[in-house]
Design a binder for this molecule. Structure first.
Ligand code: HPA
Length: 245
């Protein structure tokens, strides 16, 4: 049986509707996860929730302990991980308010602890990452969005930048030429670490702003938070529908 884990991003501190039955403060071989993991019931299903940036402190994207987070989820029995990511929109149609279930990644991050392969044993982790998101879990998300009539884009290339600063206009133009539809900061190495552990992993991206240089409005956190707040409620509905499947 699959057990669902949700990694909440910026704007998703709590999973509304989650009836919490336990909280797990774990120490892993890689250090502490971002926050104690909440165990609960959603849509009649057991689910674990972890806030990626912790709270009340906000861990920046390049300092998140992705290895500890994924290790902890697996340790608790999670098989399927749905990651929630706030992103900027690059391509046509990826406007603020859009929900996207991406199908590809381009990784621009650097200097992060990005593998469980320490070179200390013989298990070389040359994982197949051709399709970075799990096909079955993506389809389950697409089906849940369909059942709930939640407007969404069913594919997209998620470009993951190092942050924490936002991009320059030229960087976004380069990403557009590379084929990126979205720009975020937390999608990697989370996705490849999940694959290394054999976890099914898919992402739901919430577009909260037009990427740098694509809009005449300055990029402010307040603007992003407004959109996030609205989208988080929709993501909550999507997760309930997924859990109830
Ligand atoms: N760039 C990178 N990450 C982001 C953005 C952005 O414009 N918006 C939300 N996360």
């Amino acid at each position: 049986m699959s057990i669902l884990g949700v990694i909440g991003g910026t704007g998703l501190d709590q999973l509304s509707g989650l009836q919490i039955v336990d909280t797990h403060a774990l120490e892993t071989p890689y250090g502490e996860p971002s926050r104690p993991l909440q165990e609960g019931q959603l849509g009649g299903r057991r689910l674990f929730f972890l806030q990626r940036h912790g709270s009340p402190r906000a861990i920046p994207p390049h300092r998140v302990n992705y290895r500890a987070n994924l290790w902890a989820l697996q340790h608790l029995g999670v098989t399927d991980v749905v990651a929630i990511n706030a992103v900027g929109g690059i391509s046509e149609g990826m406007r603020p308010g859009r929900l996207v279930i991406p199908d590809q990644i381009i990784d621009y991050t650097w200097g992060r602890e990005h593998t469980f392969d320490t070179g200390e044993d013989d298990t070389l982790m040359h994982i197949d990452f051709t399709s970075p998101y799990d096909a079955r879990l993506r389809q389950a998300l697409l089906d849940a969005a369909g059942r709930e009539s939640i407007a969404h884009a069913g594919a997209g290339v998620h470009g993951v930048m190092q942050g924490p600063r936002l991009e320059t206009a030229a960087e976004i133009q380069r990403m557009a030429r590379d084929g990126c539809d979205l720009v975020g900061m937390t999608g990697m190495p989370e996705a490849s670490l999940a694959r290394e552990l054999g976890l099914a992993y898919a992402s739901v991206c919430m577009v909260v702003n037009a990427a740098a240089g694509l809009d005449d409005k300055p990029l402010t956190l307040e603007m992003m938070r407004d959109t996030l707040h609205r989208e988080a409620a929709v993501v909550g509905r999507l997760l309930v529908a997924l859990a109830a499947d």
